[in-house]
Ligand binder design. Structure first.
Ligand SMILES: NC(=O)c1ccc[n+]([C@@H]2O[C@H](COP(=O)([O-])OP(=O)(O)OC[C@H]3O[C@@H](n4cnc5c(N)ncnc54)[C@H](OP(=O)(O)O)[C@@H]3O)[C@@H](O)[C@H]2O)c1
Length: 264
């Protein structure tokens, strides 16, 4: 990749201030691709940028915006074009909210649907011309192992991730043969700030197949290399995401409810 290459080379990574997104931004920069790192917490992004500079890696450019706000996708697209245009878009920013649906704050629910679904779709739409121009564009949407079945007590979150999976698979077919790769990344639990933000307490610490953010980022990059449309890292969630396709839906949702129910 040369700075004089007229084709876009930038990787836009949303949710880059923490967890999977921060690890992805570091890995992508280490591999020589400049990163437009998006999140609300600017200091975190600045630290990431300084680390990359100190290590002589490709540039990490901080860009702070609340992606759940109206007009955010357009702002990100504009910033990406100021830096030569996006060749990669990793729609990673997202959050969940744990608990009975009727007790969730409706404003928080709206923010979740906006961030996890609406922004992801509109940002994909805004950046697709750049990804096409790149010749070998990459659009990776971070869904979840929660996308494959209902997730009682995180019902809205699971539904947003089912949306992301369905949207990504549809788009992957629409863009077949265009040079733009589209993938849905579907990890099970990853040790990040997600649990704290979602209010799941300590239940994440006990789950099988828990990945570190670094492991989750490496798996996502391996998916991109293989151009796999759907990827579930860790054997246990590959097994469950396959098994649910052959089990009665009533059984699947009952088991999911028992696994996720609130502790008394
Ligand atoms: N951790 C898991 O177990 C797990 C499993 C499967 C899928 N996932 C998915 O993986 C993705 C990354 O999650 P994570 O686990 O890395 O969580 P995390 O550590 O909480 O990181 C979430 C990132 O999203 C950003 N973000 C949240 N709201 C935002 C907003 N309104 N505008 C801009 N940025 C925003 C946060 O940055 P700021 O707060 O600085 O804005 C942060 O950088 C999410 O889509 C999540 O659903 C996570």
């Amino acid at each position: 990749m040369s700075p004089t290459d007229p084709r876009p080379t930038l990787a836009v990574v949303t949710g880059a201030s923490a967890g999977i997104g921060a690890a992805l931004a570091r890995d992508i920069s280490r591999r020589g691709r400049p990163v437009l790192a998006i999140a609300r917490r600017i200091e975190r992004l600045q630290t990431l940028a300084a680390e990359a500079r100190a290590l002589g890696q490709a540039e990490i450019i901080p860009f702070t915006v609340d992606l759940a706000r109206e007009g955010a996708p357009e702002k990100v697209a504009e910033a990406a074009r100021e830096h030569g245009g996006a060749a990669w878009l990793v729609n990673n920013a997202g959050f969940g909210a744990y608990g009975q649906f009727e007790r969730l704050d409706p404003a928080r629910v709206r923010e979740m649907i906006r961030l996890n679904c609406e922004t992801l779709v509109l940002l994909s739409h805004a950046l697709l011309p750049d990804l096409r121009a790149a010749g070998d564009g990459v659009l990776l949407n971070v869904a979840s192992a929660a996308a494959f079945q209902a997730t009682p007590y995180m019902s809205v979150y699971g539904a947003t991730k089912a949306f992301v999976l369905s949207f990504s698979e549809g788009l992957a077919e629409e863009l077949r043969g265009t040079g733009v790769y589209v993938g849905a990344y579907c990890p099970g639990p990853v040790s990040t700030e997600f649990g704290e933000v979602a209010g799941v307490g300590s239940r994440f610490e006990r789950v099988p197949g828990l990945l570190t953010a670094e492991e989750a980022a490496r798996e996502a990059l391996a998916q991109i290399e293989r151009r796999a449309v759907v990827h579930v890292p860790t054997a246990v969630y590959r097994l469950t995401s396959t098994a649910v396709r052959f089990m009665p839906r009533a059984v699947v949702r009952r088991l999911a409810a028992l696994a996720h129910r609130e502790e008394k």
